[in-house]
Design a protein around this ligand. Structure first.
Ligand code: NAI
Ligand code: HPV
Length: 410
């Protein structure tokens, strides 16, 4: 790894993957960053390693996997932008250990997911997916069987965060009763009621919608035993992550008609781009709405995300601020006009700050401002000095034991 970095904007390369919205490139260019390489798909293996090998910043969405192995081959990588909510596709700890903050867009696509799920609740309770499929095959089944109003039905939300809460509020407007289950204690909006256990929720809802992140605890959170606890004739919606539902268990429940229907937007294995085929045992069920991981894919959400995440990357690049980084000490910094700013990222071991101050004092470097924040693995010190002292100061910082990397912002 290169411990010292200090580059002009025109030498910094941004790699944007997975068809990130052009608003991102526009925002970069407006700020003077012109080296931007874009790809519409999620590269893997040698292609990914080649593309990331000389990138200073990488932007991705939910499909590109940034593993420790990939990060180890990205020596110049300074920061990562997830142009989405989920950050499970990045090895966050490995990135932090390499001094790389990871940013995401925690809100911009939440309304889009909520609206899609709301539509799916109505479609599933009216049994529309099956009726639609029959008509596409030139059939005609005009019947009220298995068709219900949503009014008065109970929606169970698992994961009552930014998306889950919005769905709850919207569903109440349609006259649904809302219950939710979350591992954290959450403020219930409207008339929503918290459930004490997952089982309580499973047993009490007509439609269940999943809005948890991908973690070890949510892996196969809905498998055969949980589906068995759901009401006969109820529906399941998953627009969270593919790993949360055991697909074979869902298939079995659809086959046995224990569930009336399902809507699935995310899958354990998803195609890497639009030219790859989609394979799933769910394709044969007319009563399942299948969507290609487009919960957050609306014009509004994508344009907003492009600007939001690029703004965070630019701010880190220009000013050193790491506000809202998901794996890194968060520091919100003022402007440093008239001074040079040094960023020092180190392993979080005792005594680093003391050593820095001792070295600066011995070298006669005056510190105009200093900021420190630490997380489990990493310490982040930001120091403003006079421009005349900046090169010596950077030399001093680079030689301090425990340094992961340091850089100057002019
Ligand atoms: N289909 C799509 O295109 C999209 C999918 N997503 C997925 O939706 C997920 C949720 O998004 P947000 O609501 O914005 O996240 P959030 O972080 O605001 O909410 C997640 C909630 O789940 C809860 N939770 C975590 N582990 C849990 C567990 N084991 N059991 C019960 N609750 C648990 C958390 O306490 C939190 O309240 C994201 O992590 C992402 O994976 C997000 C956007 C678009
Ligand atoms: O925001 C998220 O976590 C999503 O799942 C959306 O992913 P995408 O940007 O559509 O690949």
């Amino acid at each position: 790894m290169q411990p010292r970095l200090s580059l002009d904007k025109d030498k910094l390369k941004f790699l944007l993957l997975e068809g990130i919205h052009p608003s991102a490139v526009e925002a970069l260019k407006q700020d003077g960053y012109h080296q931007v390489e874009t790809h519409t798909h999620a590269p893997i293996g040698a292609e990914l390693i080649k593309a990331i090998g000389n990138a200073h910043f990488v932007g991705l969405r939910s499909r590109t996997r940034l593993t420790e192995e990939v990060l180890s081959q990205a020596p110049k990588l300074t920061a990562i932008g997830c142009f989405c909510i989920g950050t499970n596709q990045v090895d966050l700890r490995a990135a932090a250990r390499r001094g790389i903050p990871v940013f995401n867009a925690p809100f911009s696509n939440t309304r889009s997911v909520a609206e899609l799920v709301l539509g799916e609740i109505i479609m599933l309770l009216r049994n529309i997916p099956e009726k639609n499929a029959i008509l596409h095959r030139e059939g005609w089944v005009k019947s009220a069987s298995n068709s219900y109003e949503v009014r008065g039905k109970t929606l169970g939300i698992i994961g009552y965060g930014h998306i889950g809460t919005q769905i709850g509020v919207l569903a109440e407007q349609l006259g649904m009763a809302v219950i939710f289950y979350d591992i954290e204690n959450k403020l219930a909006l409207g008339n929503a009621r918290p459930m004490h256990s997952l089982v309580d929720l499973l047993e009490s809802a007509d439609v269940i919608s999943l809005h948890v992140p991908e973690t070890s605890a949510t892996q196969n959170m809905i498998a055969a035993p949980q589906i068995a606890q759901m009401r006969r004739g109820s529906c399941l919606i998953n627009a969270s992550r593919g790993t949360v539902v055991d697909i074979q268990a869902l298939v079995d429940a659809l086959e046995s008609h224990h569930l009336q229907g399902a809507a699935v937007d995310v899958f354990p294995a998803e195609p890497k781009g639009n030219d790859e085929p989609f394979k799933s045992p769910l394709v044969r069920f007319d009563n399942v709405i299948l969507t290609p991981h487009i919960g957050g894919s609306t014009a509004e959400a994508q344009a907003n995300i492009g600007v939001e995440v690029v703004t965070k990357l630019i701010r880190y690049s220009n000013n050193g601020s790491t506000t809202s980084a998901v794996n890194f000490p968060e520091v919100s910094l003022p402007e440093h006009s008239g001074k040079c700013r040094l960023l020092h990222i180190h392993r979080n071991v005792p005594g680093v700050l003391a050593r820095i101050n001792e070295r600066f004092s011995q070298a006669g470097i005056n510190i105009a401002a200093q900021y420190l924040q630490t997380s489990v693995d990493v310490g982040y010190v930001v120091i403003d000095v006079d421009a005349s002292a900046s090169e010596i100061a950077l030399d001093q910082l680079a030689s301090i034991e425990g340094t992961i990397r340091c850089r100057i912002l002019y």
